[in-house]
Design a protein around this ligand. Sequence first.
Ligand code: ZN
Length: 51
Amino acid sequence: MTVAWLRSVFLDRSSKSEVLYECRHCGKGVNDRTDACPSCGHTGIATYELG
Ligand SMILES: [Zn+2]
């Protein structure tokens, strides 16, 4: 998990519930639902429900 990235997201959107996605391979964070990492193409995407 990329803590710095998550922190930046929290600072931007503090109040509403969010679902975030992160590549399990390279750690790329994605805001929209995706089946494959836009950075490395890996299909293992972790889902984080926040808020
Ligand atoms: Zn990736």
